[in-house]
Design a protein around this ligand. Structure first.
Ligand code: MEV
Length: 417
């Protein structure tokens, strides 16, 4: 998107004017953004309990993303400096091809736990013999959602012998379309459970969606050309990746960096970041905790990066409808389906990871981080936005980030005016 080059140098008003035009935002929508996405308290009070206020986090834009040949602007809500800049940088280095991405169908699993089962094999047989009847009950509760391509797709039976006795767990696969699917899935489970209890003689315990959404994965990949990022950066990234492969302490931080980007899009679009986090890390733990991204050098010596993880996110549903900014964020992204949203998130996760590995394995990240930290210190001690840049410059140069020193620097700047 040529018209966005130098975006970071513009004032907030100038940026908004550009985005308003590109994303076709109405005046009211732009106002929601300039009002810091203000969530009215009486609305907040209807969403959660014991409300006393609302918390705001900065909303920025991930630029330079080309996904499956199309430019995509990616809203990112995050309090950590550098995350958005890192995503933009890595995406820019992947141009002009950008990222390729795809997703599975949006299928969630929901689990029903039955305890006190005397004979596990007999119980399983009974459920198998009544498969159609059980599916009919499940399908009945999915009827209202069928027109959106949703429906019960099948189930799997698992037997467990535990320290508290025999258990049967039935995992239902439910196609949830563009919704996150928790309400839909849990409703089906609660309504099917009595049939299962009757058939098995077991007692119903838990009926709940699983966040390990292995049938709702998104994938993305990109090639970073050696002519663009340099051979040393490629070697550094591959060494950094290898470190994550062999060392779980490193891998946790490596995956955290991936989630820096993904969570920022999840939050910006009003999605459930706890479910995405649970899904990502439990998926990474399958077969031993591992990296969610993978890297290799192709035959021409370029870096190929890829990512795969469950991304159970929605473009419709109550959480999105109640967030003043989520719908605008989706409009800015032009994400019409949950699959498009999940693909963009996968690309951002890969971009953030690649940028972190490149910085960590070459110049380190502290230089950039400390400059941003210096800016925050300056703002904290009362600098205006304009002064903050100047103060940050001085604090970084002096390598002194003390707030008292920052105050003195501000005074000096003001005395010269
Ligand atoms: C910081 O929030 C994220 C990083 O630590 C990620 C990484 O180490 O790969 C920079």
């Amino acid at each position: 998107m040529e018209e966005l080059s130098g975006f970071y140098k513009l004032s907030i008003e100038e940026r908004l004017t550009k985005i308003k035009k590109i994303a076709n935002l109405t005046d009211d929508e732009a106002k929601v953004l300039t009002d810091s996405g203000a969530l009215e308290l009486d609305r907040a009070d209807k969403i959660v309990e014991n409300v006393v206020g609302a918390v705001h986090i900065p909303l920025g834009l991930g630029l330079n993303f080309v996904i499956n040949g199309k430019p995509v602007l990616i809203p990112m809500a995050v309090e950590e400096p550098s995350v958005i800049a890192a995503a933009c940088k890595s995406a820019k280095l992947a141009l002009p091809e950008g990222f390729k991405a795809d997703t599975d169908e949006s299928i969630m699993f929901g689990q029903i736990q039955l305890v006190g089962i005397e004979n596990l094999d007999q119980a399983v047989k009974k459920i198998e013999q009544n498969r159609k009847k059980i599916m009919d009950v499940a399908s009945e509760f999915m009827k209202p959602h069928e027109r959106f391509g949703c429906g019960a797709r099948g189930f799997e039976i698992k037997k467990y012998t535990t320290s508290r006795g025999n258990m049967i767990v039935v995992d239902f696969a439910i196609a949830v379309g563009d919704a996150q699917g928790a309400n839909m899935t849990n409703t089906v489970l609660e309504n099917v459970a009595p049939t299962l209890a009757e058939l098995t003689g077991g007692k119903i315990r838990l009926r709940i969606i699983s966040n390990l959404a292995t049938k709702r994965k998104a994938r993305a990949s990109a090639v970073w050309k050696k002519e663009i990022i340099g051979e040393e950066a490629i070697e550094g990234i591959l060494d950094g990746y290898e470190f994550a492969k062999v060392d779980p302490y490193r891998c946790a931080t490596h995956n955290k960096g991936i989630m820096n980007g993904i969570d920022a899009v999840v939050v910006a679009t009003g999605n459930d970041w706890r479910s995405v986090e649970a899904g990502a890390h439990s998926y990474a733990a399958i077969g031993g905790y591992h990296s969610l991204t993978h890297y290799h050098k192709n035959e021409t010596g370029d870096l190929v990066g890829s990512i795969e993880l469950p991304l159970p996110v929605a473009t419709v549903g109550p959480a999105i409808n109640t967030s003043p900014t989520a719908k605008i964020a989706l409009k800015i992204m032009n994400a019409k389906t949950s699959k498009e949203l999940a693909m963009a998130m996968a690309c951002v996760g890969l971009a953030n990871n690649m940028a972190a590995l490149m910085a960590l394995s070459t110049v380190g990240i502290q230089q950039g981080h400390m400059k941003l930290h210096a800016r925050n210190v300056a703002l904290y001690v009362g600098a205006t936005a304009e002064e903050a840049e100047q103060v940050a410059e001085i604090l970084s140069k002096e390598k002194n980030f003390d707030s008292e020193y920052a105050k003195k620097v501000i005074e000096k700047i003001r005395s010269k005016k």
